[in-house]
Design a protein. Structure first.
Length: 287
């Protein structure tokens, strides 16, 4: 299992060297976007609207927009130093609480913890203490350049870090539109609803629930693949050969010469008319 983070978790004078591993994985079926005409994958480019050109990675800087089109630029060294200052700190459990005291809306992502070399005894100590007291630990830690509030608890004999949102990251429920006020529900309707809940009440079994849409989508993909309903992206057109280019240049040159010859003929036709007009004007002047 890939190690995402190494560090030390401490509570009191106990230090536990640990490694962190992702506890969950995204199994969404990823679909690519193709150009309908030629079935080629769409390419997304980073471009600058002012310079009107594609931008390379080394030309990009990070900044915070504090007002419309007003930025504070932060260079990589500043961000890295700030990250190291926080990452070098041990993850300290600051409080112990009961799991049921935390509303599920705060929970974000789960990570498994395994003991690093020499940390097995302290790891077992914390696990046993949490199990016997029925408590979980609240700690702060840095994950991917972001300070996280976290819960440390037990899951099937393994310590788990559960990242949770800070209070200011959870939106105010008062901003949710169209939520009805408390209303007097008819007793008969309420009793019927409770009866239905009782009938559907069971012990939670996670193996019972499947992603039916993902399964159906994978079946459809497999069926189309077996029926050879597949497509291959076309290669990017190659530049025309030199011979074709020379033909195009020669044709352009011939067209230009024909145009010049036509103009010359037109000028030649106009000259006698101008002379005749000039001699007529002289005769009139002499009279």
């Amino acid at each position: 299992m890939h190690t995402m983070w190494k560090g030390t978790i401490s509570f009191g004078l106990v230090n536990i060297p640990v490694k962190m591993h992702a506890a969950t994985e995204n199994k969404d079926v990823k679909l690519r976007q193709l150009h309908k005409e030629c079935q080629s994958p769409i390419k997304y480019e980073r471009t600058c609207p002012v310079c009107d050109r594609e931008i390379e990675n080394d030309e990009i800087v990070k900044a915070y927009e504090y007002a419309k089109n007003k930025f504070v630029v932060l260079d990589d060294e500043e961000l890295e130093n700030l990250k190291k200052e926080q990452a070098d700190k041990a993850v300290e459990i600051v409080d112990f609480v009961k799991l049921e005291e935390i509303d599920p809306i705060y929970f974000e992502k789960s990570y498994f913890l395994s003991p690093s070399e020499g940390g097995g005894k302290a790891y077992s100590l914390l696990r046993s203490a949490l199990e016997d007291t029925g408590k979980i630990g609240i700690a702060k830690m840095i994950i991917r350049s972001k300070e996280q509030l976290a819960v440390i608890r037990i899951y099937q004999n393994t310590l788990v870090v559960e990242t949770i949102h800070f209070p200011d990251e959870v939106r105010n429920v008062q901003d949710v539109p169209n939520v009805p006020e408390e209303a007097d529900t008819p007793k008969k309707e309420l009793d019927t609803a409770k009866m239905l809940i009782d009938q559907l009440t069971t012990t939670f079994d996670p193996e019972k629930y499947k992603d039916e849409y993902r399964s159906a989508l994978l079946d459809l993909i497999e069926e189309k693949k077996n029926q050879e309903e597949v497509t291959t992206a076309k290669d990017k057109p190659k530049p025309e050969k030199a011979t074709n280019l020379m033909d195009a240049l020669q044709a352009s040159l011939d067209r230009t010469q024909e145009s010049e010859q036509k103009k010359t003929k037109e000028k030649t036709k106009k000259k006698p008319e101008q002379k005749t007009k000039s001699s007529t004007q002289k005769k009139k002047a002499a009279k």
